[in-house]
Design a protein around this ligand. Structure first.
Ligand code: SAM
Length: 196
């Protein structure tokens, strides 16, 4: 993971690579410009399924367009995707199969409206919903930013959800860059198999 260098988004993707296999169902809970969705579409392959969420209409149409273009040029990558304009706290209403991975990249869309931002209450509700539906041995990944107003409170709320989890059911890892205090923090919620 450390070989991915200084970008925590790449570190997150390196962590996902250890969990996602061809044919999996995966969820991008904050699709934005669709870059993470594209990574997931490649990772799950033709037989996989991708759900992507964003509250912004522009983000949904950008991601939908990107995935359509990519899938037509790459028939071996995911062809089955649903891009939903909805708050991720409602993800259980849309995701019909237990996913192997649910990923969140919190905060605001780079280059977009900085007032449209993830919030602690809905983020915690959404991570809890993701933990409820993710498969055993699956992963819920949260990249949290502490540098913008409200960001640290949001990170602390999601982290507190992590510290409350029963270690027999979930292992919660935290990864930060110790000498870059404003870099985003990665929280990884790994659901254990029963009896493991
Ligand atoms: N992963 C994206 C990419 O690769 O381009 C970047 C995501 S950006 C940091 C965060 C996104 O979360 C924004 O596009 C924003 O509109 C979205 N968002 C904010 N609140 C949300 C909510 N309650 N439910 C779903 N998405 C939300």
């Amino acid at each position: 993971i450390m070989q991915q260098g200084r970008k925590m988004t790449a570190v997150a993707q390196a962590a996902w690579a250890g969990f996602v296999r061809t044919g999996d169902v995966v969820v991008d809970a904050t699709c934005g410009n669709g870059l993470d969705s594209l990574w997931l579409a490649r990772a799950v392959g033709r037989s996989g399924k991708l759900y992507a969420f964003d509250i912004q209409a522009d983000a949904v149409s950008t991601t939908r367009h990107l995935l359509h273009e990519h899938s037509s040029e790459h028939p071996d990558d995911a062809q089955d995707f649903e891009v939903v304009q909805a708050c991720h706290s409602n993800l259980k209403e849309h995701v019909r199969e237990p996913p192997q991975l649910v990923c969140f990249n919190l905060g605001f869309l780079p280059g977009g409206d900085r007032d449209i931002i993830t919030r602690p209450g809905t983020s915690v509700a959404a991570v809890q919903a993701a933990l409820d539906i993710v498969r055993p041995d699956g992963l819920v990944s949260v990249l949290a930013y502490t540098g913008h107003p409200g960001g640290r409170e949001e990170y602390e709320a999601v982290r507190a959800l992590g510290t409350r989890q029963d270690p027999a059911r979930l292992t919660v890892f935290e990864q930060c860059i110790a000498n870059r205090p404003t870099a985003p923090v990665l929280l990884l919620f790994l659901k254990r198999s029963p009896g493991q």
